[in-house]
Design a protein around this ligand. Structure first.
Ligand SMILES: [Zn+2]
Length: 249
């Protein structure tokens, strides 16, 4: 089984061929919401496809414009087993007030994750120190999705018990390749962030491309593909045990 721990299949990019995309290979997908509408769409997708696990969250980019959707998004957390997409984004958001609001929103989801025992799949773009500080002060299981920082930060997250997730862009991204080589394989996960971050620039990404990430990891670390697959599966299921229970219906 392939595991895509972070994707956005509710997006218009998949309107025409979602059925096909989800049946092209043996893959299970954690579909992350970024606002209220996509949170609800993630729940709906999961009711339609056995191999989709819904996650709800609130993307840090939306803290200014969509704050009125926060409470409803928070209350949807009780309906799912994974919290995503949440985190900090200092790359697009520069104003100190908005960054502060991002930390407050992220803290609310961290508290829910801690209280309800739910893992978080987290977006961090800029603001890595603040994100790791917040993670360090909560008892949560987590993964940093589409990790784009340096190896030192990745290892700090691993020290906190976190996983580092790699999308298929790994095949053409030297920085991510260098980071990957410095991590223990026991902390590595695969995702696609579909429709983004694919193996080919400007081509729609999709969940089955996880296979390309696994191949690349195998060649980078010099281990057999099936061994890499086995370790990554084990990692994924320790973060999100509910994936084990998904069955065709
Ligand atoms: Zn995402």
């Amino acid at each position: 089984m392939l595991y895509d721990v972070h994707a956005h299949l509710e997006t218009p990019e998949f309107e025409k061929d979602r059925d096909e995309v989800l049946s092209r290979c043996s893959v299970v997908v954690v579909n992350a919401g970024v606002d209220l509408k996509s949170n609800l769409a993630a729940l709906e997708l999961a009711s339609m496809y056995w191999n989709v696990l819904p996650a709800v969250g609130f993307h840090p980019e939306f803290v200014a414009e969509k704050m009125n959707e926060l409470e409803d998004s928070l209350s949807l957390v009780s309906k799912v087993t994974v919290i995503s997409e949440v985190g900090l984004d200092y790359f697009w958001v520069k104003e100190p007030e908005s960054r502060k609001a991002q930390r407050e929103v992220f803290s609310k989801f961290l508290e829910l994750g801690e209280r309800q025992g739910k893992p978080l799949v987290i977006h961090v773009r800029g603001g890595m120190n603040e994100a790791l500080d917040l993670l360090g002060s909560h008892e949560v299981r987590f993964a940093l999705h589409a990790f784009e920082g340096n190896a030192r930060d990745a290892l700090r997250a691993v020290d906190l018990g976190g996983f580092i997730s790699f999308p298929p862009v790994l095949v053409r991204d030297r920085n991510r390749q260098e980071v990957l080589k410095k991590l223990p394989l026991s902390s590595v996960l695969t995702e696609t962030d579909s429709p983004f971050l694919g193996p080919t620039r400007s081509v729609r990404n999709e969940p089955c491309n996880v296979a390309l990430t696994l191949q690349k990891i195998s060649s980078l670390v010099g281990s057999k593909l099936e061994d890499v697959e086995e370790v990554v599966s084990k990692n994924t299921l320790s973060l999100i045990p509910q994936l084990k229970e998904l069955r065709p219906r």
